[in-house]
Design a protein around this ligand. Structure first.
Ligand code: NI
Length: 253
């Protein structure tokens, strides 16, 4: 069930059955010549919705703006600085905890969020540790899972795209968005020829340096291979991977 399309009574009733919630988290940043700027938010949102159709779980609104300072030399990219994103994640978790949620699973679509989101989890735990009454509070736990990191998705990406997968504006993530939003990207842009075919790789530093190293925005990838058909396969694999990881998280002692 989607939090935004639920009533408060439905959330009360859900909390009688479960204490877990999925929070999709992504980013708003350039994704090369043929990828949506919203790719990193659209992917976890799609996968989380897929999860909610298969298991009894509440999905929170997607946190669509993440830590993407290194993409700011490309038009349309929006970032939160790490400290802002930490504050956002902490406030979201504390809001949910107030209602009785105890297991917050962040389904992530952007590698640049990982360090910051994990640091935010430490802030949440510090809040509890510093509270002298915390001994009586239910234990909140947070976990981050990347939709693209599960066993099934990794294996499928390798089979489908091999050495053209790369690490930013990957054919896998671009395929997933083409599957989810089939009419939003014109065919001519989908088939943009990439030059060089496989993008360069290198370190990620500030925005100007990023643009110099990766002139069209891609890192190590050839997203011209992306298709909605591949996206459909990746979608089903990602839903299975994420359900497995979420259920393991819920069951953990
Ligand atoms: Ni991405």
């Amino acid at each position: 069930m989607l939090l935004q399309l639920s009533t408060w009574q439905e959330i009360d009733a859900y909390l009688e059955r479960s204490r877990g919630i999925i929070v999709p988290i992504g980013s708003t940043e350039q994704h090369g010549p043929n990828g949506f700027i919203g790719t990193d938010a659209l992917c976890p949102e799609l996968v989380a919705r897929g999860m909610s159709e298969k298991i009894d779980v509440v999905v929170a609104p997607t946190l669509s703006i993440g830590m993407a300072q290194h993409h700011l030399a490309f038009s349309g990219s929006i970032t939160l600085r790490p400290s802002t994103l930490m504050a956002v994640v902490r406030d979201v978790v504390r809001s949910l905890v107030r209602h009785g949620f105890e297991r917050c699973y962040f389904l992530n679509g952007h590698g640049g969020n990982v360090a910051t989101v994990r640091a935010a989890f430490s802030e949440v735990y510090a809040d509890t540790s510093f509270n002298r009454h915390a001994g009586n509070e239910p234990e909140v736990r947070c976990q981050l899972g990347n939709w693209y990191d599960g066993q099934r998705v990794r294996a499928l990406s390798k089979t489908l795209f091999g050495g053209a997968e790369g690490s930013h504006a990957t054919p896998s993530e671009v395929s997933l968005t083409y599957y989810g939003w089939p009419d939003a990207m014109p065919e001519a842009i989908r088939n943009t020829p990439m030059a060089p075919r496989i993008a360069p790789t290198g370190p990620i530093l500030d925005a100007a340096d990023y643009r110099r190293r990766f002139p069209d925005g891609r890192i190590g990838s050839d997203p011209s291979l992306a298709t909605p058909e591949a996206g459909e396969k990746l979608f089903h694999a990602a839903v299975e991977d994420a359900i497995e990881d979420y259920q393991r998280f819920l069951a953990a002692a």
